[in-house]
Ligand binder design. Structure first.
Ligand SMILES: Cc1cc2nc3c(=O)[nH]c(=O)nc-3n(C[C@H](O)[C@H](O)[C@H](O)COP(=O)(O)OP(=O)(O)OC[C@H]3O[C@@H](n4cnc5c(N)ncnc54)[C@H](O)[C@@H]3O)c2cc1C
Length: 381
């Protein structure tokens, strides 16, 4: 077995692992270990690829706002917008739970004009969140992988981490028949983050994968949809958005799942199509493809970023839920500041508005959850 020595080992080549590895490559030799044969095979390759500033928990919103400038500087955003729709036959909320400065209120006719698939007579009102934008995820990963390589870092695919031991101040990991040695290991394993934590005898942080289903359909009635916004009902039980010349439709499902190669469930798919047909009063045209991915959350839906309290040199970058792409650049900067642990790093972390306790792997809320969650009740891999 050969031994590869590094300053930092990152487990997982999704958007979290790749962006962080690229940032860390300015500080030392980085090795990224990825079980699959290609990066971004799991959640990262299955997302809706949109940046919505109002979306997610408070820390997620802060990281999203901080990431926006990076995306813009790399020319990775395209205007999309989100149309929040209040429907006449809904008993739910009658205004979106979104900061007012992000929204432009629309009349029913204006809302119908921007999403003509939804009949005018079923719309009560709409709100346009203009700042939402499509993210070029492929471009993002390519840029950061280039940076990683230029910084002397390596991405090793087909390398599932199966063993981890700490001796003499160093982690020794086994992956794909090789040994990898470094003082710092980053857990960016997405849905597998809890398992990776256990492998390192870290605190048992109960990040939970929840499955989300999506389908790509032809746009009904042959309409040209490429400039439509993402349309979401205030009940948040359905959204659709232009994608690849058709529409991506999602029933906003959150089904607990073990970490796995998720696939679309027939029932969730049927629910998506039924809701779509009811909302648009159309017959679902050809289903081009279907997929599902795992969104992984801590109980308070804030990301888990920080050194483990129990396992020395073990760093969590997990719990990115449904906002892992839009927060990745700033989360990587924050994590780098925490890992490299210079005063400048701490200042950088604070300067983007997050107190250490908000995102850290030691935050008190996570301790409480562990006490309150019997292991048997938690989703096991
Ligand atoms: C349908 C859907 C829509 C979404 N829409 C959006 C959106 O519009 N905007 C947004 O910002 N986010 C969105 N998300 C969420 C986003 O995709 C995730 O938050 C993000 O991709 C998580 O990235 P990650 O790197 O943490 O995880 P992943 O991409 O899952 O990467 C983790 C990697 O770790 C690897 N790994 C695990 N265990 C091991 C091991 N033992 N050894 C080696 N490697 C290992 C896995 O193979 C995997 O490649 C969406 C998600 C879904 C499913």
């Amino acid at each position: 077995m050969t031994q590869v020595k590094a300053d930092f080992i990152v487990i997982g080549a999704g958007v979290a692992g790749i962006t962080l590895a690229a940032e860390l490559s300015s500080y030392g030799h980085v090795v990224v270990l990825e079980r699959e044969d290609q990066p971004a095979y799991h959640a990262t390759g299955r997302s809706a690829a949109i940046l919505i500033e109002s979306y997610g928990s408070g820390p997620a919103q802060i990281l999203t706002a901080a990431s926006r400038g990076v995306f813009a500087a790399l020319d990775l955003l395209k205007p999309r917008g989100v149309l929040h729709l209040a429907l006449k036959d809904s008993n739910g909320r009658d205004a979106p739970d979104v900061a007012g400065h992000l929204l432009t209120p629309l009349t029913a006719s204006q809302a119908h004009a921007s999403a003509p698939l939804v009949p005018l007579d079923s719309i009560k009102a709409g709100w346009l969140e203009r700042s939402a934008a499509d993210i070029d995820v492929h471009g993002l990963l390519t840029r950061y992988l280039d940076r990683l390589r230029r910084g002397g870092g390596r991405l090793i695919t087909g390398a599932a981490v199966t063993d981890a031991r700490r001796t003499g101040g160093l982690w020794r990991l086994t992956a794909g028949g090789e040994a990898y040695i470094a003082p710092v290991v980053v857990n960016a394993a997405g849905a597998w983050a809890r398992q990776i934590g256990r492998l390192h005898e870290a605190r048992d942080i109960a990040v939970r994968p929840l499955r989300r289903t999506a389908a790509l359909i032809d746009t009904p009635n042959g309409l040209e949809s490429s400039l439509w916004p993402l349309v979401v009902t205030l009940d948040e039980d359905l959204y659709f958005k232009p994608e690849s010349g058709g529409l991506m439709v999602c029933p906003a499902d959150e089904t607990p799942s073990p970490p796995c190669d998720a696939s679309a469930d027939e029932l969730d798919l049927a629910i998506a199509m039924e809701r779509f047909e009811r909302l648009t009063r159309t017959r679902t045209p050809r289903l081009r493809s279907r997929w599902a991915g795992l969104r992984t959350f801590a109980f308070d839906r804030a990301p888990v970023i920080g050194f483990d309290r129990q396992a020395t040199g073990f760093f969590w970058l997990a719990g990115q839920g449904g906002f892992g792409v839009q927060t990745a650049p700033a989360a990587a900067l924050l994590a780098t500041a925490m890992i490299t642990a210079s005063d400048g790093g701490v200042a950088q972390a604070l300067s983007i508005g997050l107190g250490a306790e908000t995102v850290s792997a030691t935050r008190a809320d996570l301790e409480r959850e562990i006490e309150a969650t019997p292991l048997a009740a938690a989703v096991e891999g």
